[in-house]
Design a protein around this ligand. Structure first.
Ligand code: FES
Length: 56
C-alpha cells in the first residue's frame, strides 16, 4: 500500500529502509523523501517504522 502519495512511497519501502538500519524519520526522509511535501503521511510512516522496529 502507498504510505506517501506525494512521492509514491510504499509501506514495503519504508520497512526495507528500516530493515537496513534506519531508526528515525530523518533517515527515512533522506532515503525516500517520505513526508517531505505535505507531511500527511508522517504519522503512518512512524507507525510502520515502529512496527518494523518491534519485530526486528
Ligand atoms: Fe507524504 Fe505528502 S503524502 S509528503
Amino acid at each position: 500500500m502507498y504510505v506517501c502519495v506525494c512521492f509514491g512511497v510504499t509501506d514495503k519501502q519504508v520497512k526495507q529502509v528500516v530493515a537496513e538500519g534506519a531508526t528515525d524519520l530523518k533517515t527515512l526522509q533522506a532515503k525516500l523523501n517520505v513526508g517531505t511535501q505535505c507531511g500527511k503521511c508522517i504519522k503512518t510512516t512512524l507507525e510502520i517504522m515502529q512496527q518494523q522496529l518491534d519485530v526486528t
